[in-house]
Structure formats: structure tokens, C-alpha cells
Design a protein around this ligand. Structure first.
Ligand SMILES: Nc1ncnc2c1ncn2[C@@H]1O[C@H](COP(=O)(O)OP(=O)(O)OP(=O)(O)O)[C@@H](O)[C@H]1O
Length: 303
């Protein structure tokens, strides 16, 4: 079953299209990574799905229900995590969670609240005001807030932005666990491509308000290995400077160049016809998600 269906979705601010003609289907239980440069339209899409913003054109269906016709039902099933300004600074973490549970009209939330406080390691701060928590703990509380209503759809807009390594890891692991336990459908936007690569089973790239690419992670790498020409070059002893000089002579043919060591470089070529000197050993390699992302964003074309 499809959890989220966007059809012809557009959002205009004045005369400017922040999101344009987006068609997107996300299946129940999918963890979907939404990638794109700054200002591409990721947050605007998330806000429209979470009912915070009204589309200018197009439709959104959540679990088979059109948002505009079933607003109450849809709101109950979705939580959005964006920045933590939604938290009340002068309340304690427990009071914040209680307040959100009451606002969302959740019945019998006490056990869930206790579990979330424990799971997120917030019990030790239970008598502190939220304004005195660190950014990482505020973000944990913000995610706990989103989970208190046990949403079937969780929208995470840059959830680990400016969060330390351990807290980010905890958040990622918690998201995956929640997805496994409750089959929660998750959309996560992030500028940390490796993070998306780690947790998502399907990925979309948005450029200038339009979906430039979407596929599941199993297909992406095969597809782009065929489209892209990335080679690992093994260099014999004392030949490093020679190969660098050689490649410099073909600047127009080379899209990127990364030195791993004096024995190994990774080079991305415009095509597979490039001729390397005999003394190197070359091996075509599978691109990683960052390579794929750069390719899509640079080419800025529908694949
Ligand atoms: N309320 C608004 N009024 C006018 N323009 C807006 C508004 N909200 C967003 N925009 C514009 O719409 C475009 C898309 O913004 P959005 O926040 O969706 O991008 P994003 O992909 O989430 O970017 P980032 O990665 O920087 O968070 C941007 O050009 C932004 O300036």
C-alpha cells in the first residue's frame, strides 16, 4: 500500500515556484531519503505533507486519504520534525511531551511518555527547563515529541543537523528501530549523504523544485555504474608524478580527480573511451551515493 502519494504537487510563493509538478509515491514502511541543494524545495514538500502548508496545485494522499478531505485523520497519523523551536522553552521535557500529547488528543500516553524519556536519556534532565538543555538533547526531545503520537508517517527535516556524532548515531539507530518495530513510513532530508545512504531504502533528488531522480537503493548503484565512468587507477612505484602530468593534459575529459595515495587515484571521466598509459592498472568502480548525487545535481536533468 502507498503511504504517501503526491500528484502534480506545486507550491508558489508569490510568482516563484518552490515546488513544481512533483509526482512521488512512497510505500508503507519505506525509509525515503530526500536529497537536494539548499533551497531545492525539500522543507516545502515536508510542510505540505504534514499539512502545515497548503499546496498551490496538485494533490496529496496519505494512506489513501486526500489531505484536504480528511484533514483530522491525516494529522493524527503524521509527525514532522524540523527545528526544535516548536518546544516550549519554559517547560521541562516531561511537560513539553505532555503538552504535545494533550494538544494531539492522544489517549493513555503515560507509558509511551515514560518510555520515550527513558529511551532518549532525558530522565536525568527531567527537572531542567528545556531552554537549559543542549542542542542535542533538545533535538532528542523534539523527536520524542514527534513520536508520542505514534505516527504511521514520520517526516524528519535535517534531524541531525549540527548534532554531535554520538547523538546523530543514536537518532539514526532509533529511527531504524522505530521503522522495524512499527513499520513507520519515514521521509528524511539531510545534507549528510552518507547518513541517507546508511538508513534509506529509497532515494529522491530534488533540484529547483522538481524531482530529478527517484529509485530504490538496490537499483541506484547498478544504474549509475553504467551511466558514469569512475575508475580506480593503480600506479607503479615512482610513476605518480607522471600520471598526474598525463591527466592534467586531458582536463576536458576529466570530471573529478581524487588522490588516495601515491599508489592510487580515483578519477571520474566524461566517458569510457579515455586511454590511460600502459603502466597503470585501471578498474571501473561503482559510484557511491555522493558521486551519484553530484552527477544528478550537476547534470540537472531527468533520468
Ligand atoms: N514562506 C516562504 N516565503 C517565500 N519563499 C519561501 C518560503 N519558504 C520557502 N521559500 C523559498 O522556497 C525555496 C525552497 O525552500 P525550502 O526551504 O523548501 O528548501 P530546502 O530544500 O528545504 O532548502 P535547505 O536545504 O536550505 O533547507 C527557497 O528558495 C526558499 O527561499
Amino acid at each position: 500500500m502507498n503511504a504517501i502519494e503526491l500528484n502534480n504537487l506545486s507550491k508558489k510563493f508569490g510568482n516563484f515556484y518552490a515546488v513544481k509538478d512533483v509526482d512521488l509515491t512512497i510505500k508503507e514502511g519505506e525509509i525515503f531519503g530526500l536529497l537536494g541543494p539548499n533551497g531545492a524545495g525539500k522543507s516545502t514538500i515536508m510542510k505540505m505533507i504534514s499539512t502545515l502548508l497548503k499546496p498551490t496545485l496538485g494533490t496529496i494522499k496519505i494512506n489513501g486519504n486526500f489531505i484536504n478531505k480528511n484533514l483530522y485523520k491525516v494529522k493524527k497519523s503524521i509527525s514532522l520534525v524540523s527545528d526544535y523551536n516548536v518546544l516550549e522553552d519554559d517547560l521541562t521535557p516531561t511537560e513539553n511531551l505532555k503538552m504535545f500529547a494533550e494538544i494531539s488528543n492522544i489517549k493513555n500516553y503515560k507509558d509511551t511518555l515514560d518510555d520515550l524519556m527513558k529511551d532518549f536519556g532525558l530522565n536525568i534532565y527531567k527537572n531542567k527547563l528545556t531552554k537549559h538543555l543542549s542542542s542535542g538533547n533538545k533535538q532528542k526531545l523534539n523527536i520524542a515529541r514527534a513520536l508520542i503520537k505514534k505516527p504511521s508517517i514520520l517526516l524528519l527535516d535535517e534531524p541531525t543537523n549540527a548534532i554531535d556524532v554520538e547523538t546523530s548515531r543514536f537518532i539514526r539507530e532509533y529511527i531504524i528501530e522505530n521503522n522495524k518495530k512499527y513499520n513507520t513510513t519515514i521521509i528524511i532530508s539531510s545534507h549528510y549523504i552518507w547518513e541517507v545512504e546508511q538508513i534509506c531504502n529509497s532515494i529522491g533528488v530534488i533540484v529547483d523544485g522538481k524531482i530529478a531522480f527517484k529509485d530504490n537503493t538496490e537499483n541506484i548503484y547498478d544504474k549509475f555504474q553504467k551511466l558514469m565512468s569512475i575508475y580506480e587507477i593503480l600506479i607503479p612505484k615512482d610513476k605518480f608524478e607522471d600520471i598526474v602530468k598525463y591527466l592534467e593534459g586531458f582536463k576536458d575529459e576529466i570530471l573529478s580527480f581524487k588522490t588516495i595515495s601515491t599508489k592510487k587515484i580515483i578519477v571520474e571521466l566524461k566517458n569510457n573511451d579515455f586511454v590511460f598509459p600502459d603502466y597503470v592498472e585501471k578498474r571501473k568502480i561503482t559510484p557511491n551515493l555522493e558521486d551519484v548525487y553530484s552527477y544528478i545535481v550537476k547534470k540537472d536533468k531527468k533520468l
